[in-house]
Design a protein around this ligand. Structure first.
Ligand SMILES: NC(=O)c1ccc[n+]([C@@H]2O[C@H](COP(=O)([O-])OP(=O)(O)OC[C@H]3O[C@@H](n4cnc5c(N)ncnc54)[C@H](O)[C@@H]3O)[C@@H](O)[C@H]2O)c1
Length: 202
């Protein structure tokens, strides 16, 4: 799908990837709607972290779809680009709530794609690795760490997403890390668990 003259609503576009996509999609001639909230949450309990992760990484998509889908179905045309993470295809050694809710975000995209494709709705799920945004930099990883050094810039990501939207690709990744995990799980799930357990605990 070409972005020219499309109305594009981007949640979380006050910073990071959202802001970079808003700028880039606008240069493609899209009419971009920027929305954002700026949570200033301090240290929070584990229960609250799970609740916040569910709201932030899953229900945010559900709320957006509830708002956008009815008019798309009426038109018989629409595009939902949802951001999960490479963690949705593999896992995250230290962040259970993040890993679990990102898997849920991918599952929701999958369900939407299967359910609404016959009614003209295209769905993409973006499962990126590290990206150079306040989120990554707030993780306390040193600037000279390979994760930061090799992270994609928001502008590079926005460029990649324009191409993926034109190709109407469901699964959008920026490395083979996630798809390799997916393949390994499909081939020998027991082996994948054993290998990941060794890797994470060594
Ligand atoms: N940065 C990375 O390395 C990385 C890697 C994989 C996946 N992701 C995912 O990419 C997405 C974007 O992350 P980012 O790196 O651009 O983050 P970021 O923190 O740099 O920017 C996120 C923006 O969203 C806004 N926001 C936060 N909660 C919101 C809400 N409930 N409603 C509306 N706006 C909200 C913030 O104010 C901020 O402007 C997230 O879903 C994140 O999990 C990021």
């Amino acid at each position: 799908m070409k972005l020219r003259d499309k109305v594009v609503v981007i949640t979380g576009s006050g910073g990071g990837i959202g802001a970079a996509c808003a700028r880039r999609f606008a240069t493609e001639g899209a009419k971009v709607v920027v929305t954002d909230i700026d949570p200033r949450a301090g240290d929070i309990s584990d229960e609250s972290l799970w609740d916040l992760s569910w709201q932030l990484h899953v229900m945010s998509h559900v709320h957006a779809v509830r708002q956008m889908l009815p008019s798309m179905l009426e038109r018989g045309d629409g595009y939902l680009l949802q951001t999960a993470s490479v963690v949705a295809l593999a896992t995250h050694p230290d962040k259970a709530a993040y890993a679990v809710t990102k898997h849920a975000a991918l599952a929701f995209s999958e369900w939407l794609a299967l359910t609404y494709r016959p009614r003209g709705i295209k769905v993409s799920c973006f499962c990126p690795g590290p990206m150079l945004t306040p989120m990554l930099l707030s993780d306390g990883i040193p600037a000279d760490h390979p994760v930061v050094q090799n992270a994609a810039t928001p502008e590079e990501v926005a460029e990649r997403l324009v191409g993926a939207i034109e190709a109407e690709q469901f699964l959008i990744v920026d490395s083979t890390m996630g798809t390799d995990s997916l393949t390994a799980k499909g081939v020998d799930y027991e082996r994948w668990i054993a290998d990941m357990a060794t890797a994470i605990n060594s």
